[in-house]
Structures are given as structure tokens and as C-alpha cells.
Design a protein around this ligand. Structure first.
Ligand code: NAD
Length: 330
């Protein structure tokens, strides 16, 4: 079976080569993203392996179908970048890695909170320059603060457990409640209640039609002034122009994002010698109370191992005509 691997980075190749060495699969590693312009690279391949910023829209899927690609193996959990109606229409199967290490993303959300709060990123640079002053470095105790979790699936649950360990009060909003979290003291509340009562809000719901721009001007108006907002889920949960306004008028006191609405043109690339054309990201990084990381929540050894192992298992199930454990359907 021949698999075209898109958006390849050195670490992808390292982990996939390590775990596929005993299989009969042939991987061709393309650095380019998969989209309608690059889809013709799939001539002669049976499957594609793709990541978060590959754009698998209707046009791309038509070309994949013409090239007789039968399987799209996502090496991530989210599948908002695939037109599932089109894959279904063309009989192309889609599989994903639903849970590779919820702790990796949950712990990264906590890293954003602690860094923004205790300003360790700023002190690191200050001390290197011989500045041992504490001016403007005041943080706050997490103990006793109210943390709002939007989406308490695998990652949201892992995050809620960590915050309970800090001694926070955890409130949550989800369309499905977790009895396990309720037993641990997590209170499910309405979205509006969460907005107006949380000191820290962390987003862990998927991006879909009902969550697109769930954090816009009207949501920001309901927040406690000075709230910390953390997004490690998908960029378009937050309307970027509106969050910039909320930072300018100080409604939002801290913003930590590992994902960004327009990240596909920026993230996973070294653009340090380029003139970045995206004025919104440049405005965001100019705020002293904003921390942007380039979609690295998943980036731990444990998660990369699990991604490779599960993706190979997904491909094997397809190859051997077995039922697909991790199939994504419309
Ligand atoms: P999951 O499916 O286990 O949980 C998602 C939760 O969101 C579910 O409990 C679901 O009921 C809830 N939900 C769905 N629609 C909702 C809505 N309208 N309002 C509130 N809650 C809603 O998913 P997960 O594994 O916890 O992953 C969550 C998200 O994290 C993924 O969709 C993905 O976008 C993101 N993610 C980011 C990274 C990263 O590297 N930053 C890595 C993996 C996943």
C-alpha cells in the first residue's frame, strides 16, 4: 500500500519511520500541504496522511477520487479541515486519531496559564540581562479562583482535573455532562453563567458550525473584567478582530492561544526572515499580556508515538478490510 504523507516535518518522519519499519507500507513524505493545488501529487497512491492545516475541500477530494485515493488518514483528532459530505459522495474513507494524549494538550493549556500569570517568559529574559527587579511581575494565586472549561471531553476533562488539583473551583459548559467530573465537584453551568463568573476560561470544544466564533464581541461583553482566556482547541472558536478589541479595552486581562484563526499561513513554518503579511497576528503578539504558541499542545514524545501507532493501526484496518475503529463519518 502506497501512502502520500503531506505537511511532513522531521519529527513526523522520525516517528512514522520508527513504527512502520516492520510494515509493508511505502510512505512518500511531501513537505507541502495537501490542497487543490497539490492534490495531483497523489497519482499512484492508495492513501494520504494529513494534518491540521491540510485543506481537504470538495475540489481537493474530486482530484483525490480521480487519482483513485481510497483513504484519508488524519494524524490528528480534529477534522474540521475535511469536507465529509464530499468524501462520502466519492466513497473515500476518513480515519483519525481521536485520543493520542489528552494530557499533552491539557498540560500545555496549564503552561500557558502559569506563564501568563507568573510571567516566567519575561523574567527569563530580564535575568539574562542582569535585571533582577520584580517591577510589573505581580501574579495571582490560582488557589480559590474560578476556572471555566468549555468542552469537557478527553482534553477538557484532563484539564479540569489538573485545575481541581490547584484548588480551583471548576465550572463547565458542554452539551454532554461528565458524571465523573460532577462527582469530583465540577459544576455544569450555562455558557452565559460561565462567561460572567470565571476568572480563567479554557476552550476544549471542537470547531463546528455551532462553535464557530463562539467567542465574539457579544460573548466578550459578558466576561468578568480582566479574565484570562486560553485557547488550545481551534483558532476560529475566537473571532480575532473582536478579541483584539477586548484586549484594547482591557476586558480581557490575559490571552494565551496555541491556535489561531488564520494559522494555516503561519504555523509550523520558520518565517523569521519574511515580512509577515498577517496584521492581526502581529497586533496580537504586540500585547504584553498575550502569549502565542504555534500549535504545540500535542507536541510531546508520548503524543507523537501514539499518533504514529494509531495512524498505522487505522491504515492496517483499512488495508485488511476490517471495520474502521476510528472512522469519521458525516
Ligand atoms: P472530545 O471529542 O473528547 O471532546 C470535545 C467535547 O466538546 C465533548 O465533550 C463535546 O460534547 C463538547 N462539545 C461539542 N460541541 C460543543 C459545544 N457546542 N459547546 C460546548 N461543548 C461542546 O475532544 P478532545 O479530544 O477533548 O479535543 C478537543 C479539541 O482539542 C479538538 O476538537 C481539537 O480541535 C483540539 N486539539 C488541539 C490540539 C493542539 O495541539 N492544540 C491537539 C488535539 C486536539
Amino acid at each position: 500500500m502506497k501512502i502520500a504523507f503531506f505537511s511532513t516535518k522531521s519529527y513526523d518522519k522520525f516517528y512514522f519511520e520508527k513504527y512502520s519499519s516492520t510494515s509493508n507500507y511505502t510512505f512518500s513524505y511531501f513537505e507541502t500541504a495537501l490542497n487543490a493545488d497539490t492534490a495531483n501529487l497523489t497519482i499512484g497512491y492508495d492513501a494520504v496522511c494529513v494534518f491540521v492545516n491540510d485543506k481537504i475541500d470538495e475540489k481537493t477530494i474530486e482530484i483525490l477520487s480521480k487519482n483513485e485515493v481510497k483513504l484519508i488518514a488524519l494524524r490528528c483528532a480534529g477534522f474540521n479541515n475535511i469536507d465529509l459530505k464530499a468524501t462520502q459522495a466519492h466513497g473515500i474513507k476518513v480515519v483519525r486519531v481521536p485520543a493520542y494524549s489528552p494530557q499533552s494538550v491539557a498540560e500545555h493549556a496549564v503552561a500557558l496559564i502559569l506563564t501568563l500569570n507568573r510571567k516566567t517568559h519575561k523574567v527569563y529574559n530580564r535575568v539574562r540581562e542582569g535585571n533582577f527587579s520584580l517591577e510589573n511581575m505581580t501574579g495571582f494565586n490560582l488557589f480559590g479562583k474560578t476556572v471555566g472549561v468549555v468542552g469537557t471531553g478527553k482534553i477538557g476533562e484532563a484539564f479540569a482535573n489538573i485545575m481541581l488539583g490547584f484548588g480551583c473551583k471548576v465550572i463547565a459548559f458542554d452539551i454532554q455532562k461528565s458524571e465523573e467530573l460532577i462527582a469530583k465537584g465540577v459544576e455544569y453551568q450555562s455558557f452565559d453563567y460561565l462567561l460572567s463568573n470565571a476568572d480563567i476560561i479554557s476552550l476544549h470544544c471542537p470547531l463546528n458550525e455551532s462553535t464557530y466564533h463562539i467567542f465574539d464581541e457579544s460573548a466578550f461583553a459578558k466576561l468578568k473584567t480582566g479574565v484570562m482566556l486560553i485557547n488550545t482547541s481551534r483558532g476560529a472558536l475566537i473571532k480575532t478582530e473582536d478579541v483584539i478589541k477586548a484586549l484594547k479595552n482591557r476586558k480581557i486581562g490575559y490571552l494565551g492561544i496555541d491556535v489561531y484563526e488564520q494559522e494555516d499561513k503561519l504555523f509550523f513554518k520558520d518565517l523569521s526572515e519574511s515580512i509577515i503579511q498577517d496584521d492581526l497576528i502581529q497586533r496580537l503578539v504586540s500585547f504584553p499580556n498575550v502569549l502565542v504558541t504555534p500549535h504545540q499542545g500535542f507536541f510531546t514524545e508520548e503524543a507523537l508515538t501514539q499518533i504514529a501507532v494509531t495512524t498505522l493501526k487505522n491504515i492496517t484496518e483499512f488495508h485488511e478490510n476490517l471495520s474502521l475503529t476510528n472512522e469519521v463519518r458525516v
